[in-house]
Design a protein around this ligand. Structure first.
Ligand code: ZN
Ligand code: ZN
Length: 271
C-alpha cells in the first residue's frame, strides 16, 4: 500500500517461474563486485567503552553497531548513518531501552566528533528496542524521528514516545543531495518491519527483517509472522534487483545472498 516510487518500477517484471534463476544469475555477477568492495579495508571507529562501533560502507554511508544481551548472549545490532550535505540521517537508534538511552546519546556524539555531522533526521524500522530504544535521546536533541503509522502505534504500546507517522504517505525523502526510500514489504520479523533503500549507493537496510549469512535461525519470533515472511522478502528481492549491499539488523552485512538466506531460514523453520 505504501510502496514508493515509479523509478524502480521501470525494471521489467520477470515471469514468476523464471524468477529464481534470473536472480541467481544476477547474484553471480554481483558477487564479484561486492567482493572487490569488501577487500578495501573499511574504516572502523569504536567508542571508548566499546559499546558503539561505526564502520564505513561508502564515502557517505556508515553502519552503526551497538550491543545488548539477549537470552544471556551479547548480540550486535546494526543501523545506518547516512551523511548528506544537509547533515546526517540515522536509520534506527542504537540498542537502548525505554527510559535508558546512553548508547544513542553516545552515537550522536560520535557522529558529531568523527563524521563532523549533526543528525537532522531519523527513521525507525520497527518498534522493538533495538530499532527504537534510543528515540528519547533523539527527541531530546529535537531530531525528527519518522516511522509508519503502525510502528508509531506499536511504539506507544511498548511505552515509547511516538515517532512522526509519516512514512506511509511519504516513503521517499530527499535530504540535501541524498534520497532515501522506505518500503513496507508486509509482515515478517514483526508486523511493522520496513526496509530503507539508498538508490544512489544501492544499499538496502533490511533491519531485523533480514538475517545475516551466519544466522542459523530466525532469532526473536515473539512478534513474527513466519507464514507471511517469505512473501514479504520476495517483494524486496523483486523491488531491488540492483542491490549491492544488504545490511541486516544483526550480524555481518553482505550482498543479496542475505535475502535468499533469510528465505532459506524461513523454509527451514516452516518445514
Ligand atoms: Zn525486532
Ligand atoms: Zn532485532
Amino acid at each position: 500500500m505504501l510502496i514508493g516510487c515509479s523509478e524502480d518500477n521501470s525494471q521489467p517484471t520477470q515471469p514468476k517461474e523464471n524468477q529464481e534463476t534470473t536472480i541467481t544469475e544476477d547474484l553471480a555477477k554481483l558477487n564479484d563486485q561486492v567482493n572487490a568492495e569488501a577487500e578495501k579495508s573499511p574504516t572502523h571507529i569504536t567508542s571508548q567503552d566499546k559499546s558503539i562501533g561505526l564502520t564505513q560502507l561508502t564515502d557517505k554511508v556508515w553502519v552503526h553497531t551497538s550491543y545488548n544481551e539477549w537470552k544471556g548472549t551479547k548480540i550486535p545490532h546494526n543501523g545506518l548513518v547516512v551523511t548528506t550535505d544537509k547533515g546526517a540521517v540515522l536509520i534506527d537508534t542504537a540498542w537502548d531501552t525505554e527510559g535508558n538511552h546512553p548508547k544513542t546519546k553516545a552515537l550522536l556524539q560520535m557522529i558529531q566528533k568523527h563524521l563532523k555531522k549533526k543528525v537532522v533526521l531519523a527513521i525507525v524500522t520497527h518498534a522493538h528496542d533495538d530499532s527504537i530504544g534510543g528515540i528519547q535521546a533523539l527527541l531530546d536533541k529535537k531530531i525528527e524521528v519518522r516511522s509508519t503509522s503502525l510502528t508509531a502505534k506499536l511504539a506507544k504500546e511498548n511505552g515509547y514516545p511516538s515517532p512522526k507517522p509519516i512514512l506511509d504517505e511519504k516513503p521517499m525523502m530527499k535530504i540535501g543531495d541524498t534520497v532515501i526510500k522506505t518500503m513496507y514489504p508486509g509482515e515478517g520479523h514483526s508486523k511493522d518491519n520496513i526496509t530503507a533503500w539508498l538508490p544512489q549507493y544501492k544499499i538496502l537496510f533490511g533491519g531485523c527483517f533480514i538475517k545475516s549469512l551466519d544466522a542459523k535461525d530466525l532469532g526473536n519470533l515473539s512478534d513474527a509472522n513466519v507464514e507471511k515472511w517469505d512473501d514479504s522478502v520476495k517483494k524486496v528481492i523483486e523491488k531491488y534487483p540492483q542491490v549491492k549491499i544488504v545490511v541486516p539488523g544483526h550480524g555481518e552485512w553482505g550482498n543479496k545472498r542475505l535475502l535468499f538466506h533469510t528465505i532459506d531460514l524461513i523454509k527451514q523453520h516452516t518445514d
